[in-house]
Ligand binder design. Structure first.
Ligand code: FES
Length: 106
């Protein structure tokens, strides 16, 4: 599935990810700036925060309690579309997913 990352400077990068990759790991593998993923995807650092394009939210697995708690600690103001990108596993139906990277993760 393809994923487009909108960067804080207004540019965008589209990558071709594998099914089963997370939105966080696909960014790291493709050198997309702005997603840190310090904990390696364990839902324990909140440095992989993204804003998901609202059109895709229904296709993404529901927010679990741990992720919800971690989102309380993100570096920029949380929005209704905020998710931790390591918790979004890519499946075919998410092809074309668009996420926005916040200005800072720390
Ligand atoms: Fe640490 Fe997502 S990579 S919470």
């Amino acid at each position: 599935p393809k994923v487009t990352y909108k960067l804080p400077d207004g540019s965008a990068v589209t990558v071709d990810a594998e099914v089963g990759d997370s939105v966080m790991s696909a960014a790291l593998q493709n050198g997309v700036d702005g997603i840190i993923g310090e904990c390696g995807g364990a839902c324990a650092c909140a440095t992989c925060h993204v804003f998901v394009d609202a059109a895709f939210l229904p296709e993404i697995s529901e927010l679990e309690e741990l992720e919800d708690d971690m989102l309380e600690g993100v570096a920029v103001d949380r929005r209704p579309t905020s998710r931790l990108s390591c918790q979004i596993s890519l499946v075919d139906v998410l092809d074309g997913l668009v996420v926005e990277i916040p200005g800072t993760q720390l």
